[in-house]
Design a protein around this ligand. Structure first.
Ligand code: GLC
Length: 554
């Protein structure tokens, strides 16, 4: 059986069983009326966030950026983009969040800078062979006159991972061409990021999310090696020249020493976007980052076998390492999960988005039912849960954004083959009316659809059957129930029904079937909007595509 609950988690370990809410700052709340979300906007919504019951906010980049990749192209890693506020605004946000017991995690983007970063401008101006070029990955081309890229490396956003400068040399960019990759063998690069971590930790930041953490150490020996795993979709084994090389762990061990200079030690979570394997959890070792995003649940369709398999595998992979488990179903990089779950298993999401969502018309009721059930399940799993802004409202993907409104570089770079990630980044609806549904008072940088009114926070606040109230209740209850990693599957006798125990008095059941099943115990929480427990809590059944927490009957 799972372990019994122990005393409260020590402060330094708060992130092991936390609920962390991701904010994409440009799309959360706009305080100054320029159509772009900002730090004062986030600050003005802290009461909402604290009422949700979350432990921490993870802020996607708010640094100065020409926005070639939604803020992940940074010109100054130690400042705030003037459109989003100032360092004083940042300090005020941290202070106000801390006052409410909400911690702040920020995004560190160490693989690349913006091509407008002073280092890159200097490198381009200084020319081939200059020390300034050593901070990046410049190479001569191959073929006649060096006209071909130096290697076969591909950019995640489409096309070669090399761009040619006016003087004929090429530089490497694993993402947009405006995001030149840094050379992590260069001591100044290491010092710059170590100083950056200290800069923010000194300002009171509680933790860091490390962008594409598995890509920093590259094999740059000459001649450059070919990349066997071009789309990054095969499990990695340490032999790829670009990703998940053994040397990368040494960088994180040195970062851990910095995190541990603080009291409490700063936490960190690695983003490594490749198939989960036993190597994935190595980043979560105690002397490295402690936590890693496990995207396997996010990649699963709404299907009991898929959910069961990824949960079992992640629990197993994590067990050998001892870092904290994480679960995530939505983020700023993927179509919203309420939408994904309402599509048939195996749907090609890119093709569906390209059709503006017309290939398979979405059934909203199905989307809501399944998303609510998945949330109730995810929040019952041991470890930390990462939520993405707007999922608490049950928001769907905006699949039909007009192409002339798209901002994500993916659309252009793939020759319009992929529509990109804007559909999950549309500014949030706070109220049912107003020029941008309460996001700000002067429009929004991406167009919001009319149906956003139905999902507005104000229309859900205080309504017991709403998605927002379900999240509030689940997070609050979870805080009382979950403080160990105890977990075991319980045989439900039905392959369409998942059941697991977290503690003697806490089990979760998810009904994927088309029939109603009994809840074998006393109801604690249900995803069913109609399923408010009666006074005894005894007489409950679980309708199709709903989930519940309950205390089992002895
Ligand atoms: C990460 C971010 C993504 C960004 C990329 C390049 O995967 O989540 O949004 O485009 O890194 O920085």
């Amino acid at each position: 059986m799972p372990a019994h609950r122990s005393a409260t988690t020590p402060t330094s370990d708060w992130w092991r069983q936390a609920v962390i809410y991701q904010i994409y700052p440009r799309s959360f709340a706009d305080a100054d009326g320029d159509g772009i979300g900002d730090l004062p906007g986030i600050r003005s919504r802290l009461d909402y966030l604290s009422r949700l019951g979350i432990d921490a906010i993870w802020l996607s980049p708010f640094y100065p950026s020409p926005l070639a990749d939604g803020g992940y192209d940074i010109t100054d890693h130690r400042d705030v983009d003037p459109r989003l506020g100032t360092l004083d605004d940042f300090d005020a946000l941290v202070a106000d969040a801390h006052q409410r017991g909400v911690r702040i995690i920020i995004d560190i983007v160490p693989n690349h800078t913006s091509d407008r970063h002073p280092w890159f401008l200097e490198a381009v101006a200084a020319g081939p062979g200059s020390p300034a070029r050593e901070r990046y990955i410049f190479r001569d081309g191959s073929g006649p006159d060096g006209r071909e890229p130096p290697s076969d490396w591909r950019s995640h956003f489409g096309g070669p991972a090399w761009h040619r400068t006016a003087d004929g040399q090429w530089y490497c960019h694993l993402f947009a061409r405006e995001q030149p990759d840094l050379n992590w063998a260069h001591p100044e690069v290491r010092d710059y990021f170590e100083d950056t971590l200290r800069f923010w930790a000194d300002r009171g930041v509680d933790g860091f999310r490390i962008d594409v953490a598995h890509s920093l150490a590259k094999d740059l020996s000459s001649p450059l090696r070919s990349q066997p795993n071009l789309d990054g979709m095969l499990p990695l084994d340490g032999s790829d020249p670009l990703y998940d090389r053994d040397e990368v762990h040494e960088i994180y061990r040195s970062w851990r020493r910095i995190f541990d200079e603080y009291d409490p030690p700063r936490m960190a979570v690695a983003e490594t976007w490749h198939p989960t394997s036993s190597r994935t959890y190595l980043y979560a070792r105690a002397d490295e980052l402690g936590q890693i995003f496990d995207f396997s649940l996010l990649k699963a369709d709404w299907h009991p076998d898929q959910f069961r398999t990824v949960i079992s595998r992640s629990l197993g992979e994590h067990a050998g390492v001892g870092g904290a488990l994480t679960w995530v179903v939505s983020s700023h990089d993927v179509p919203r999960h309420a939408t994904r779950y309402a599509l048939p298993v195996g749907t090609d999401l890119d093709a569906w988005l390209r059709s503006d969502g017309t290939h398979f018309p979405l059934d909203e009721a199905t989307a809501q039912r399944r998303a609510r059930a998945a949330t109730v399940m995810m929040l019952a799993l041991p470890g930390s849960a990462y939520l993405y802004q707007g999922e608490e409202l049950g928001l769907l993907e905006v699949a039909d954004l007009p192409v002339d409104a798209l901002q994500d570089p993916v659309y252009e770079r793939t020759g319009h083959r992929l529509k990109g990630r804007d559909g999950c980044r549309v500014p949030l609806p706070w109220t049912v009316d107003g020029s941008s549904f309460g996001f700000g008072n002067n429009g929004a940088w991406l167009p919001q659809p009319d149906w956003f009114a139905t999902y507005a926070a104000s229309s859900q606040d205080g309504h017991p059957g709403s998605s927002l109230e379900l999240y509030r209740r689940a997070i609050t209850l979870r805080r009382k129930l979950a403080d160990t990693d105890g977990f075991c599957w319980v045989d439900s006798g039905d392959a369409q029904v998942l059941r697991f125990a977290r503690a003697e008095d806490w089990q979760c059941i998810v009904n994927f079937s088309a029939h109603t099943v009994p809840i074998p115990g006393r109801l604690i929480l249900t995803s069913d909007p109609a399923g408010i427990p009666d006074r005894t809590g005894q007489s409950h059944t679980l309708r199709p595509e709903t989930a519940a927490w309950f205390t089992p009957m002895n």
